[in-house]
Design a protein around this ligand. Sequence first.
Ligand SMILES: [Zn+2]
Length: 610
Amino acid sequence: MAGRIREDDINAVRERARIDEVVRETVTLKAAGGGSYKGLCPFHDERTPSFHVTPSKNLYHCFSCGEGGDVITFVRKVDALSFTEAVEKLAAKYGIQLRYEEGTSGSNAPRQGQRTRLIEAHNLAAAFYQEQLASSAAQHARNFLLQRGFELDSWRTFGVGYSPAGWDALSNYLRSKGFTAEELIAGGLAVSGQRGAYDRFRDRVMWPIRDAGGDVIGFGARKLTEADQGPKYLNTPETPIYKKSHVLYGLDLARRDMAKSHQAVVVEGYTDVMACHLAGITTAVATCGTAFGSDHVKVLRRILMDDETSNAEVVFTFDGDAAGRKAALKAFGEDQKFVASTFVAVESHGLDPCDLRLQQGDGAVRDLIKSRVPLFEFVIRSTIADYDLTTAEGRVAAMRAVTPVLAGIKDPVLRPEYVRTVAGWLGMDEAALRNQVGKGSKNAVAQSTTTRAVDTGVAAVERTALKCVLQAPALVGEWFNSLEESLFTIAMAAEVFSACQRAGDPLTFDSPSTWLQAVLDAAPSDEVKAKIRELAVDPLPIDNPDERYVQAVLARILEMDAGRRISELKAELQRSSINGDDAAQNQILTDLLALEQYRRDMREYSIGDQ
Ligand SMILES: [Zn+2]
């Protein structure tokens, strides 16, 4: 058995490993005040962040499911590792040399955990394959890459390599480094045969697949010759470190930009990920030999912070063909909240991003992503496209086909919008279509629950903002003048803010108590006065709020308002595009760009430094 890691070294790992940094590989975190951060819990499914990380205490805790612990516990739980493996993973990340107590098995050699061994084997394999790509035997592999527009520099960026044609090149190399045949088979690098283990990947272009932290956990491999009887793409099988339902190729490179831009682009293959990144779409990822599924949704949602109030976007570059449509329809049934922020970018000639870049350059790839349409619209349009709308029979059949799709839209704002739009496309009576869809909808309950959840999130932010204004007027400072009554969507909150405005500029009062008195005097009713008193004494979520905290709260209110206005403009844009009103469209687009910029600025404040 493995010897125990020395206590001193475990403590060194606890001290040096930064919990917020480690958690950020899995979960995007926002400042939550008091030096804490919060995000969507990786241990249970949630839409509103209740997972808190406190770096000063080296602790994490989920207020919803109760999961909590220190940095080692986090790595153990999230990567399903043993204690030893978690310590080893962190030690490797932070460059801490571990020493082991003498094992009980009688062996003095330090024995590591399996995960650490397999990662080490994969990192060595990736370097080996990369080196082989330069060999004379790999001419056809280099040509494959060059013909697809990938120059030498990009091979290095993505760590692309070549697996030699023999049966044992990698196995021999790794065994010379002290790995056993059992380990190579367990890691999926070798296959067990009648005469021992032989290399799984032979005579192929190799893409290393990394986890979010950058460790190589598997490979994708493309065959190069017709003589190769295997499938065109071969991937690492399920292993202790490789779960294909969770793995996204390119995530290690895309993760930071995804969190920053709140956008993820999902493409279909390794070469498409490369083409997108090289063209400046640095948020591109791909699934590896499997369809995009609900576990991938969870991985992306945690990174995008796709909670109720953020406006994260996921863009799929599906083929326009039947398979792509089927994939879109499947995603459609998967997760409504996710789907509402899902877009589809379809290249009109059916080119994937790799071919598109090759034929038309980097700009064409960026334009493709820009041309995205909402998934709902894509699905509805492609459903209708199967019917001949010039005949009454065709229109009725199209209506029947599209009804379940419309009924499946649970968002109470979106659905009537789409019913109206689709009625226009079909040239049918809107009321008739609405009636038809109403019969097909069984989602009234789910709908009201979602709406309530949104309200709670918004109400909490509005309440905290008012507490800041009432309790810390000096910290609010100039920001007070940026606030308007219309930012507050809860009626009582708007009343309270309006009283604040009537009381005057908080900076002109000499103490918080004279300011509070002025606000109370300006309140129109006893009910509003009572609310003001309550908000004036209810403690803020953090102990000693500073200017930064107060600004973050107020920026959040402004950001949420910008988000609402952006949604309205987008709806307007859709209407004007149907009417073909170009001038109106341009105006809306200009406004939209300005608002998006404003929202990004506010987000900078409200998130704090990353
Ligand atoms: Zn939780």
